[in-house]
Design a protein around this ligand. Structure first.
Ligand SMILES: Cc1cc2nc3c(=O)[nH]c(=O)nc-3n(C[C@H](O)[C@H](O)[C@H](O)COP(=O)(O)OP(=O)(O)OC[C@H]3O[C@@H](n4cnc5c(N)ncnc54)[C@H](O)[C@@H]3O)c2cc1C
Length: 501
């Protein structure tokens, strides 16, 4: 019925280096690289686990996923490739004794390039074990598990969680910042499924965060953001049945205004079994404004007939491009293979807002007007919206650190560019991004802490809202020396933070 799969950003593959145009937050204290003697003691402490400049893997570890930060972010003096909680604890004790700056890294997909430091990166990506207890349906994931590892193991046992669709994204970053995927309306946020986690604190002390022990740290781990309190080396999570699905990737090129209007109304009241992302994309044309298309990617836990019945009104508004995409039944994990993406590194900036209000005709016009006015260059601009709500909104805003519990959609605007684009093109695109984001803001509130946005000045309010003060208390208790810090990390003191803005 539909044609081939087309990668989200297939045409945006570049290799040159550019960090232009992005607003850089300042790096915090403790940015000293380790002295030679300290480095040699690290080698002795963790033989075979330390990667240094000149080693074969070094470049791949210091290259951020978002290449826009490649020049702007510091390159680590070394990377510790931890294989166990003991390795992480030893590295943290060493950093404590030598006064070396450290940062945690799992999948390395921080939008803002925060998983790096001039000191030592403690990389947990070797810790990919997935254990499963069939009597409780609870799984234990190592701190370095990525979507691809979790998917491979869960497929064997017919289980699932709320996961993302980009294979290489780390579960650690995903769960610590909330976690949105096509199961979110049915099963809740990824962080809602977290039962317990093992955390190595800056001192090297290993603690368990669970409902009966360090429950404040568990609360903070559910949406308080990665890189704030300690290094998580394992996650105990509730799993769910992985039922058959109908997966779809549908593209409309005609009548996009009416199609978008219908889709947005539909998603707001869709059944919980429905999970989707709507994409409005602008494609540069040889002359005139960019061409705008509307895409729908996702799944229904249900049959093809049920899915078609739900989407028939959209098909009646405009015939989709039948040479593109797919609409078909699949077993759960086969379906995920069709929906998944490798997530190739790119140069991009993204701004988000949780939509709580109706977008209506005005909102649709606003989105399409902005997309049509995108100042095109070789890059990409898209407005995308992830269906939220459903089970994610069954949880109270203060029950976990993930505060955004009133939205029905997460909207995000992103622009991407290539390494050889002129700086003036990039800054024009970024100006358009800021203006579009400001125009969309009245329809919602907040911003997604997993789509880190260094352009967001009021990020503490946007990411954490009324939970920010409580997160600061957790920070003071578990990381009183602010060892874990980045440009948007939880501070030690609310008033000092406010006064410094
Ligand atoms: C291509 C792509 C696709 C995405 N898709 C989705 C999606 O479908 N749904 C969604 O919700 N989000 C998605 N995201 C956002 C993603 O959830 C965040 O970027 C997330 O923080 C990435 O986690 P990571 O482990 O890969 O990144 P990293 O860069 O390794 O880590 C992110 C942050 O967490 C810290 N951190 C890493 N590991 C640990 C640890 N073990 N303990 C403590 N702190 C740690 C780091 O220091 C850093 O500050 C996507 C991002 C990208 C780039």
């Amino acid at each position: 019925m539909f044609g081939s799969d087309i990668s989200r950003r297939g045409f945006l593959r570049g290799s040159a280096v550019l960090g232009a145009g992005l607003a850089l937050p300042s790096l915090s204290a403790c940015s000293e690289a380790p002295a030679a003697a300290a480095m040699s003691s690290l080698h002795t402490l963790l033989p075979g686990r330390v990667v240094r400049p000149g080693d074969p893997d070094y470049t791949s570890f210091v290259t951020p996923w978002n290449l826009a930060w490649q020049k702007a972010r510091p390159k680590a003096a070394a990377i510790v490739r931890a294989s166990s909680t003991d390795d992480v604890a030893a590295a943290l004790r060493w950093a404590h004794e030598t006064g070396t700056a450290i940062v945690a890294r799992s999948g390395g997909h921080s939008y803002a390039g925060y998983s790096t430091t001039p000191g030592v990166v403690i990389d947990v990506s070797r810790m990919t074990s997935v254990g499963f207890n069939p009597s409780t349906n609870v799984a234990t994931l190592g701190g370095g598990v990525r979507n691809i590892h979790a998917g491979a193991e869960f497929q064997k046992i017919g289980r699932t969680i709320t996961h993302g669709r980009c294979y290489q994204v780390g579960y650690a970053g995903l769960v610590l910042g909330g976690g949105i995927g096509f199961n979110v309306r049915r099963l809740g946020m990824t962080c809602d499924q977290l039962i317990e986690t093992t955390v190595v604190l800056a001192s090297g002390e290993v603690v368990r965060a669970a409902p009966d022990e360090n429950s404040d740290l568990l609360w903070a781990a559910k949406g308080g953001g990665g890189g704030n309190f300690g290094i998580h080396t394992s996650f105990v999570v509730q799993t769910y049945d992985a039922p058959p699905v109908t997966v779809f990737d549908i593209l409309w090129r005609e009548n996009v205004e009416q199609v978008l209007r219908w889709l947005l109304d539909f998603v707001r009241y869709a059944p919980r079994e429905f999970g989707a992302k709507i994409t409005v994309r602008a494609t540069p044309q040889p002359s005139g404004p960019p061409r705008v298309t509307v895409g729908l990617l996702g799944q229904l836990v249900g049959t093809l007939d049920e899915t078609t019945a739900l989407l028939d009104p959209a098909f009646a508004i405009a015939e989709p491009d039948r040479s593109y995409g797919f609409l078909r039944e699949a077993s759960y994990w086969d379906g995920q293979k069709r929906l998944s993406d490798e997530g190739t590194p790119e140069r991009s900036a993204e701004r988000s807002v949780f939509i709580n209000n109706s977008l209506g005709d005005d909102g649709v016009a606003l989105i399409l007007d902005h997309m049509r006015k995108w100042p095109p260059h070789k890059g990409l601009a898209q407005w995308k919206a992830f269906a939220t709500g459903g089970a994610a909104n069954d949880v109270a805003p203060t029950a976990t650190a993930f505060v955004h519990r009133q939205s029905w959609m997460l909207a995000a605007i992103d622009v991407a560019w290539e390494g050889d684009d002129p700086e003036s093109d990039i800054s024009t695109s970024l100006g358009w991004l800021d203006e579009f984001h400001a125009a969309l803001a009245p329809y919602g509130s907040g911003a997604y802490q997993n789509f880190l946005d260094p352009r967001e000045r009021d990020w503490a309010q946007a990411y954490y809202g009324e939970n920010f003060g409580r997160l600061v208390n957790v920070k003071r208790k578990y990381d009183p020396r602010n060892v874990f810090h980045n440009g948007q990390s939880i501070p030690l003191d609310v008033m000092a933070f406010v006064n410094s803005r």
